[in-house]
Design a protein around this ligand. Structure first.
Ligand SMILES: C[S@@+](CC[C@H](N)C(=O)[O-])C[C@H]1O[C@@H](n2cnc3c(N)ncnc32)[C@H](O)[C@@H]1O
Length: 231
């Protein structure tokens, strides 16, 4: 079985939950690099085929080689392209964007929303694991009609990561600064005393202490969180 880092295991777990036991549909791994995630999803039988997209030729070749070597050449396609350009979505697709920047993720999803019919969009699941700009990703998703299914967190070699699973419902809403900075679903788990989320929030608090000087949204979020903890 293809081994994955702790971070990619978290992403894989969200793909597994998105599939919900039904082995139909594709994984589309945008920015697949080594192709490990697609290989693992095929090995575990949670997808029936895989599409990898890569903006650069060398990682696209790595993904292709990994899939062929694992025996999945016939069940996979690898494209050198920007995001989902030239890859029309189909109902049942699970689209993953992991290990790439938040602004890049927003740009790729924006174009997917423009390029695909809303009936198809509402029948696919997006799993995103931004390397940075989490607040902007959370805000964009909520404001653009995506509903949150789950947000996971993990700590891999002393670095914290989060992974958001969403579906397009067309119901748009604005997030408060608190929700954007800490995650609406993570805040609920935190209130319920979840230890894993508490560790993640302790880490965010220390980063936000520095960032609050230059970022008013972060300052408001931090103040709001502290105020709620005093109640
Ligand atoms: C740090 S790697 C992460 C690889 C893998 N997804 C993971 O989580 O381990 C990011 C990869 O995304 C690719 N990438 C960045 N922007 C992209 C885009 N707009 N479209 C397709 N691939 C992109 C890069 O070439 C790189 O191989």
């Amino acid at each position: 079985m293809q081994s994955l880092t702790v971070r990619l295991e978290m992403v894989f777990d969200q793909v597994r939950k998105a599939r919900n036991g039904l082995r139909t549909g594709r994984i589309i791994d945008v920015g697949s690099d080594h192709g490990y995630l697609a290989v693992r999803c095929l090995e575990e039988g949670i997808v029936d085929s895989a599409v990898c997209t890569e903006i650069h030729k060398a990682p696209a070749k790595r993904s292709e080689d990994a899939l062929i070597n694992a025996g999945y050449g016939d069940l996979s396609e690898v494209y050198v392209t920007d995001g989902l350009t030239g890859v029309p979505l189909k109902s049942g697709d699970i689209i993953v964007m992991a290990g790439i920047g938040g602004l890049n993720i927003i740009d790729i999803i924006k174009r997917a929303v423009t390029d695909n019919d809303s009936n198809v969009l509402s029948n696919v699941v997006f799993v995103v694991q931004p390397q940075k700009s989490n607040e902007l990703v959370r805000r964009y998703l909520a404001e653009s009609g995506f509903s949150y299914l789950e947000e996971a967190v993990c700590c891999d070699r002393n670095i914290f990561y989060n992974c958001i699973r969403v579906v397009y419902t067309g119901a748009c809403r604005d997030l408060t600064d608190l929700e954007a900075c800490y995650g609406p679903l993570l805040l609920e788990r935190y209130k319920a005393g979840d230890k894993e989320v508490k560790e993640y929030f302790d880490h965010l608090d220390s980063i936000f202490e520095i960032r609050k000087r230059s970022n008013p949204a972060v300052r408001t979020a931090l103040e709001e969180k502290r105020k709620n903890e005093c109640i």
